[in-house]
Write a new protein. Structure first.
Length: 418
């Protein structure tokens, strides 16, 4: 508070002293005029002394305030003349100097950590101050831009451009993802720019997809063409073509050709799925259209919201797999329990069979993965793609009794949510 300052305490003391002196002089017999004249003459030196002390005190606190503002702005070379400071101001200034030195050490460690981290990053990183001057650039930035990046250079001179609050470089527009983030470094506002090279991961992903496609196609072609070549070679090696053997060979070639064409059709169907057009439909009526309908026991809600054609294709694949698994590994007739109900804003359809369960649930939805001798590995991948088009998921697991279970989950329309 103002009255607690030293100059104001001195002024109050002078005023009290004048009051006491006035009372003493009046009691000593001095006239009022003499007392007033004496006080008037004594007040000028007292006020001059008070003004000098007040200005000195005000100036030192202004200097301390300027020093604090300089520290806040990141200025570390600003110093005060300690000779003109009072003891409390001097003690406060020394404490501020110690805090500033400690802060500089922490900022230096932080900058060294950032520099070491950025220098070893494989993608370009640049740091600019508020005036768009370059503070730091790692080796990857110079290599990517193919030019030296000198500290202190203006961002525009280095080819960088600014769009609103974002910084970008025209040379990294194609095949790169550029970012800029504002942050504080050593109490000053800075902008960190970095870019990610999308070409390498995209190339690796494309190469992996091509290799997988070539592997699958070569496997299917070899499985179909090798027996054809062997059987036709056997026929050509004989002088006369027995009719029965020729028909048998042609029949097997025909079967192999149909299987290969079926695989190609399945793959083409997977790549040409249209966007889902969901609508309300009667699920039990849809199940009755399936060839495996006699093996299905349905329970739950009757109506679901989905694309009729795509849901029918999905159910056909799942029911076909379930019946084939049950028929191949059990002597009992296939039994498939299908439950459908809604939970909140989600539709849940579960299908459980009485077969031996899944031998490897991790790879079930891997493209072209199959455990069946005549399978193509496309069916479940098609089911997964259909669920993605419905913004849903498909999961496979084994029950506690060892039977296979498929779970489909996809959202209800907004108007039907409770």
């Amino acid at each position: 508070m103002p009255w607690l300052k030293t100059s104001y305490v001195l002024l109050l003391s002078i005023a009290l002293l004048f009051v006491v002196l006035s009372l003493y002089l009046l009691q000593s017999g001095c006239t009022v005029l003499a007392v007033v004249t004496l006080l008037y003459l004594a007040s000028w030196p007292a006020l001059a002394l008070w003004y000098l002390l007040h200005r000195r005190e005000q100036r030192q606190w202004q200097q301390l305030s300027s020093y604090v503002m300089a520290l806040q702005a990141g200025e570390t070379n600003y110093r005060l003349m300690q000779e003109g400071l009072s003891l409390p101001a001097l003690q406060l200034y020394q404490q501020l100097v110690l805090l500033s030195q400690s802060r500089q050490k922490d900022d230096g460690k932080q900058q060294l950590l950032f520099t070491a981290l950025w220098q070893h990053l494989p993608y370009p990183v640049c740091v600019f101050d508020a005036g768009q001057r370059l503070l730091y650039a790692n080796t990857a930035a110079s290599h990517s831009l193919q030019r030296p990046l000198l500290t202190g250079s203006d961002a525009s001179q280095l080819g960088f451009r600014r769009a609103d609050a974002d910084v970008f470089h025209p040379d990294l527009q194609t095949g790169w993802l550029q970012h800029s983030v504002q942050f504080q470094l050593q109490s000053q506002q800075c902008v960190i720019y970095y870019a990610s090279d999308l070409r390498h991961p995209l190339y690796q992903q494309q190469k992996a997809s091509q290799q997988q496609l070539i592997r699958v196609l070569s496997h299917e072609l070899r499985n179909s063409l090798t027996p054809m070549a062997s059987m036709s070679e056997t026929l050509l090696s004989t002088d006369e073509l027995p009719e029965a053997q020729t028909r048998q060979v042609l029949s097997r070639i025909h079967q192999r050709s149909l299987r290969l064409l079926g695989f190609i059709d399945s793959y083409v169907q997977l790549q040409q799925l249209p966007a889902a057009q969901p609508q309300w439909l009667n699920l039990p009526e849809l199940l009755q259209e399936m060839p495996q309908a006699d093996y299905v026991q349905f329970s739950g809600e009757l109506y679901c919201y989905a694309d009729p054609e795509q849901l029918a294709q999905l159910l056909l694949n799942i029911l076909k797999n379930a019946v084939e698994a049950c028929s191949a590994d059990t002597e009992k007739a296939p039994e498939i329990i299908l439950n459908f109900y809604c939970i909140g804003d989600q539709q849940l359809l579960t299908l459980t069979d009485n077969g031996p369960g899944f031998s490897n649930t991790d790879n079930l939805f891997t493209p072209f993965y199959t455990t069946k001798p005549t399978g193509s590995g496309v069916g479940l991948m098609l089911c997964q793609e259909i669920m993605h088009l419905h913004e849903g998921t498909i999961k496979a697991s084994n029950t506690s009794s060892g039977h296979g279970c498929i779970e489909l989950r996809w959202p209800l329309p907004a108007l039907a949510r409770v």
